[in-house]
Design a protein around this ligand. Structure first.
Ligand SMILES: [Mn+2]
Length: 330
């Protein structure tokens, strides 16, 4: 009897789908039991000793050299250069248990692709559907701000329900449901529906609370301060209330301090109107943060610092738009 293998996954929609897909695929490859459990960022502290002595896989989370199976799409997956080298070395020889593709919008499609190519897997239609929605959700490829905020498709109801997950174990239970059922089947569970209703009320409250947090809006850049813990947060609220902006920059609370977040409007990006715009991740690096071209963040040490950083970044983004504007145009 072989030791059970645990799939550790990132606790979000695409991480959950990744775990479900891998669990399903491995149920035909592995003789022992397959279990799954979400990981959190605190577990990176002692990453070297992670799950010492146990058999495990990791999906949608950091590379670990002892992972028997590992799939990720995050550019920041390697916690050290040494770990990156371990992965690259293994790839000099064919490795059919690990794959990384930082160009994949989400993690499940790369697991499916890998399983089809290396393990002769024939994907069930429901997993292809879950993978498609993972790309939409993880890369914020929603058709419209209305779909992002009010979308009623099963995947979007599950996504919203996750914002009010009552316990950590609940997420593991939903992965179990994804192994067995399609998205509609998971979304129609009574517990998911109940969580979705509660999350929708939170969303409505967050949309109401957003307008007074706006500090200013100039040249299609919006700066807001939602640092009060009394304010509920809806990620796309700035673009819902101000569909004309190219960028939003805000201060929000975290468990241990404050976070500066900045993002392009996915439905009115500077590029969509022919402007080069700025690289937000690079801007954030100046303040000890990071990110991608279109979205990024930083964690200044206190609230005054966070407000200052947010204002400076907003000004920088304004400048990027003004400089890109052709002469004479308004
Ligand atoms: Mn993820």
């Amino acid at each position: 009897m072989s030791q059970p293998l645990t799939i550790h996954y990132h606790r979000d929609f695409d991480g959950m789908v990744s775990a479900a897909v891998l669990a399903r695929v491995l149920s035909e490859r592995e003789r022992g039991d397959i279990c799954w459990k979400s990981v959190n960022y605190d577990q990176r502290e002692d990453w070297h000793n992670f799950e010492a002595g146990a058999r495990f896989g990791i999906v949608d989370f950091h590379f670990h050299p002892r992972a028997e199976y590992w799939f990720d799409h995050h550019p920041t997956t390697f916690l050290s250069e040494e770990l990156r080298a371990r992965y690259l070395e293994a790839h000099d020889t064919p490795n059919d248990r690990w794959a990384w593709d930082e160009n994949s919008p989400s993690c499940p499609p790369l697991i499916l692709k890998h399983a089809i190519r290396h393990w002769g897997y024939q994907p069930e239609a429901r997993f292809l559907e879950m993978a498609r929605w993972s790309d939409v959700i993880d890369a914020a490829r929603f058709e419209s701000v209305d779909q992002a905020i009010f979308g009623d498709e099963p995947a979007l109801r599950i996504m919203r329900a996750l914002t009010v997950a009552p316990t950590i174990d609940w997420v593991d239970e939903l992965v179990g449901a994804m192994v067995q059922a399609d998205l509609a089947g998971v979304a129609n569970r009574a517990d998911v529906e109940k969580a979705h209703q509660r999350a929708s009320r939170n969303r409505d409250r967050a949309l109401e609370q957003f307008p007074p947090t706006v500090a200013w809006k100039k040249d299609k850049v919006l700066l807001y301060d939602a640092s009060s813990s009394q304010i509920r947060r809806e990620r796309f609220a700035p673009f819902y209330h101000h569909p004309d902006i190219h960028y939003s920059v805000g201060v929000i609370p975290t468990r241990s301090g404050f976070h500066v977040t900045a993002g392009e409007n996915p439905w009115n990006s500077p590029h969509s109107v022919g402007l080069a715009g700025a690289h937000i991740g690079n801007l954030m690096e100046r303040y000890g943060g990071g990110g991608h071209r279109s979205v990024g963040g930083a964690n200044p040490h206190d609230l005054p610092a966070a407000r200052k950083v947010a204002a400076e970044i907003a000004e920088e983004l304004r400048r990027a738009i003004l400089e890109a504007r052709p002469h004479g145009a308004v």
